[in-house]
Design a protein around this ligand. Structure first.
Ligand code: NAD
Ligand SMILES: O=C(O)C1=N[C@H](C(=O)O)CCC1
Length: 332
């Protein structure tokens, strides 16, 4: 199932409340258009979704996507590799240069059949400048590590290159300010899987429309990821912030982080082949007297949902850049 968004669902603007939302069903039984608007120029977003065609085909349908140059940082990482592969499948031009750690600088790695040279932190600025010189319509996709988020974003802004920031963590307020001040086109989201983003968007809408609706309820949050994950899930933090707006009191220290493969297989039912790449999230709400309960769950195996979403976000940004759209920052 593909879910190609004319405007990706990653566009839920974090610091602006949504004042109206409409969803209409179009001719095809699987086509939906959602439009949400606020009374300022800056905040409206729309989501157009096609649910019934293969994602890659949808990518290819965007004529302007062909040969769009994409720089993927870091092609050494698990997400970076998935994004390179999704970009190649979508017919984009993956630049043969990528940021990495100093230890890997100078290496050439093969990803998706393509040779990509890795450049360490000390070369980042000159490398990006020369890549931009060659590819004026470059879009950068960043999946690195939380402690590289701010430096990388500052560099992209300084160079004036639009970017998709999938990396979680870092100082998010500083990140938003950097992008805002530079007026750079960017999609920033700890979650690029569009169906999960749609769930998050629905949560934001519910929180905006019914603040306090779950006051007094208790919340239990469980998130399971591969043992190599460095931080608490950024997606879980975003969902929790919606529950907080809905009146639930919850401390991030109480998230149950599951990183033990045995527990993941035996208790959560994570398929063994996805132990090194999964995101299983459960949110349980209980009323004060225990008579009412709610459970929200999203379980993802593998990384293709995020990689395809990140490529869609890059295509989306490229369209915004070509149309000189006034809204430049899309984040959740
Ligand atoms: N937004 C989403 O949908 C989404 C989905 C999956 C993962 N993520 C996030 O993406 C990030 C990467 O995840 P991953 O599973 O690929 O991790 P990973 O550890 O496999 O890859 C990270 C890569 O970044 C490289 N790196 C480290 N420091 C760097 C620096 N200063 N400059 C350039 N490269 C550097 C590392 O060498 C490594 O290869 C994490 O923050 C993760 O939470 C987001
Ligand atoms: O694998 C990861 O790392 C993921 N990170 C994002 C998060 O922190 O929420 C999205 C899910 C996968």
């Amino acid at each position: 199932m593909a879910f190609i968004l004319e405007v990706p669902a990653n566009l839920l603007l974090r610091q602006h409340s949504l004042v109206s939302f409409s969803i209409s069903r179009r001719s095809s039984p699987h086509n939906y258009t959602c439009v949400s608007r606020k009374q300022s120029n800056f905040t409206h977003f729309s989501i157009s979704a096609t649910l019934n065609s293969p994602s890659i085909q949808s990518h290819m349908d965007h004529a302007h996507a062909v040969a769009l140059p994409i720089m993927v940082n870091s092609c050494m990482g698990k997400m970076g590799q998935a994004v390179v592969e999704a970009g190649i499948s979508a017919g984009l031009h993956i630049i043969p240069a990528s940021f990495g750690i100093e230890k890997d600088a100078g290496k050439t790695v093969k990803v998706g059949g393509k040779d990509i040279q890795v450049h360490g932190p000390s070369d980042r600025e000159t490398v990006l400048a020369s890549v931009l010189e060659e590819y004026r319509n470059l879009i950068v996709v960043d999946f690195t590590v939380p402690n590289a988020v701010n430096d990388n974003a500052e560099l992209y802004c300084k160079a004036g290159v639009p970017f998709v920031m999938g990396t979680t963590g870092g100082d998010r307020d500083r990140l938003y300010k950097t992008v805002e001040d530079a007026g750079i086109y960017a999609v920033i989201s700890p979650q690029m899987g569009k169906q999960v983003v749609a769930f998050l968007a629905a949560m934001e809408i519910m929180a905006g429309q019914f603040p306090g609706a779950f006051s007094g309820y208790t919340l239990e949050v469980l998130e399971s990821h591969q043992a190599t994950k460095l931080d608490i899930s950024g997606t879980a933090k975003a969902v929790i912030s919606c529950f907080q707006k809905l009146g639930v009191s919850f401390d991030l220290d109480h998230i149950q982080l599951i990183r033990d493969p045995k527990q993941q297989i035996e208790t959560l039912g994570v398929p063994e082949e996805h132990i090194n790449g999964h995101a299983f999230h459960t949110y349980r709400l209980k009323s004060p007297d225990g008579t009412v309960s709610f459970e929200f769950q999203h379980n993802v195996c593998g990384r293709s949902i995020y990689a395809e979403g990140a490529i869609d976000a890059a295509l989306f940004l490229s369209k915004k850049v070509s149309s000189q759209k006034q809204t430049r920052r899309y984040m959740i």
